[in-house]
Design a protein around this ligand. Structure first.
Ligand SMILES: [Zn+2]
Length: 140
């Protein structure tokens, strides 16, 4: 049976072509809802629920390494404020005067005066006695 035939049978539509009244459409809708089938109406079956993929993988961000590049802690190796030591080159001949010589490196460890770790302090070179140098300029 065609839907129009059904409606005609109900007196809600006229045979042949023509727009269906709202009343006719409503009657048709109810008929379909009640399980009636018509040759020209395809009742849409309730679609099986589309399974929504829920396994959305939230990619974890690559672990950010928080390791900081350790800057060379230059301050730590500074063991004293002075960076110059003084030695006295003694006069060898009469008439000569002692000469104060400033040195910026320890003769023992070869490090600069302010970084020299030598226990007794930066050491003067042999020609100045090979002893720990003075960290303050001597008055000669
Ligand atoms: Zn030293």
């Amino acid at each position: 049976m065609r839907s129009r035939e059904y409606l005609v049978s109900l007196g809600l539509a006229k045979p042949g072509r023509g727009r269906l009244s709202l009343e006719a459409k409503e009657a048709l809708r109810k008929a379909v809802a009640n399980g009636m089938t018509f040759d020209d109406i395809t009742t849409s079956q309730p679609k099986p629920e589309t399974k929504i993929q829920s396994d959305i993988v939230i990619k974890s961000r690559p672990q950010v390494s928080m390791q900081r590049a350790t800057p060379p802690n230059s301050k730590a190796s500074i063991v004293r404020n002075e960076n110059v030591m003084y030695g006295i080159s003694k006069a060898e001949k009469p008439g000569e005067s002692n000469v104060v010589i400033a040195l910026t490196a320890c003769d023992k460890c070869s490090k600069s005066i302010n970084r020299c770790p030598c226990v007794s302090g930066p050491v003067l070179p042999k020609f100045l006695g090979g002893t720990p140098g003075m960290l303050t300029r001597p008055n000669v």
